[in-house]
Design a binder for this molecule. Structure first.
Ligand SMILES: O=C(O)C(=O)C[C@H](O)[C@H](O)COP(=O)(O)O
Length: 206
């Protein structure tokens, strides 16, 4: 079986930084710090006015694989693809968004929180999912239980995960990577701090 695009992306590093960026000027130094620390896969959430410009700027950083997060409908999907997103993350999964994403062919990581969400994804031919919000959707116990009936599914738990809790999630066979905003703390950008946090995250065992 050949690996899907999203599986290859999920395999690149144990942590996908979830980025909320306000200043386009921060995009390149932030991406450089994350990549230098060992985290090449970057999820830029489309929650800020600067997000699409930041995504485009980050793509110029060598070795960075830059995707869009918080994509909740086909219109946002089109905007992200036009801006050059290399993968798409959504907090949830609707048929509308799922069909558009699958038709576009872009690597797609939709959010799931329960069995019905996963079944909706399987119906669309998807097997790789975000588990969101991970820590409050039943935590590791819930994901372990879901991995039973859905043995083919692989996950990127996100939401409430920290450097301290990540190893426990990464130890699950069904978990290929985790997502988290802790690597890029809010406030003025401190590239050295971000690189140090990225280095710590990149060294997490899985
Ligand atoms: O925007 C999206 O697409 C989301 O699904 C939400 C993010 O993944 C979480 O907000 C990250 O969670 P924290 O690491 O707890 O901050």
């Amino acid at each position: 079986m050949t690996k899907s695009g999203i599986e290859q992306i999920m395999a690149l590093a144990p942590v996908i930084p979830v980025i909320v960026i306000d200043r386009v000027e921060d995009a390149v130094p932030m991406a450089e710090a994350l990549v230098a620390g060992g985290l090449p896969v970057l999820e830029v959430t489309l929650r800020t006015a600067a997000a699409l410009d930041a995504l485009q700027a980050m793509k110029k950083v060598a070795r960075a694989i830059v995707g869009a997060g918080t994509v909740v409908d086909p219109q946002m999907l089109s905007g992200a693809i036009a801006a050059g997103a290399e993968f798409i993350v959504s907090p949830g999964l609707t048929d509308n968004l799922g069909q558009a994403a699958v038709a576009s062919g872009i690597p797609f990581l939709p959010g799931t929180a329960n069995a019905s969400d996963i079944m909706r994804g399987l119906d669309l031919g998807l097997t790789h999912f975000k588990f969101f919000p991970a820590s409050t959707s039943g935590g590791i116990g819930a994901l372990r239980a879901l991995a039973g009936p859905f043995g083919q599914a692989r996950f990127c738990p996100t939401g409430g995960i920290t450097a301290a809790s990540a190893p426990e999630w990464l130890a699950l066979d069904a978990v290929l990577c985790v997502g988290g905003s802790w690597v890029v703390p809010p406030g003025p950008l401190d590239p050295q701090k971000v690189e140090a946090l990225a280095r710590e995250a990149a060294s997490l065992p899985r």
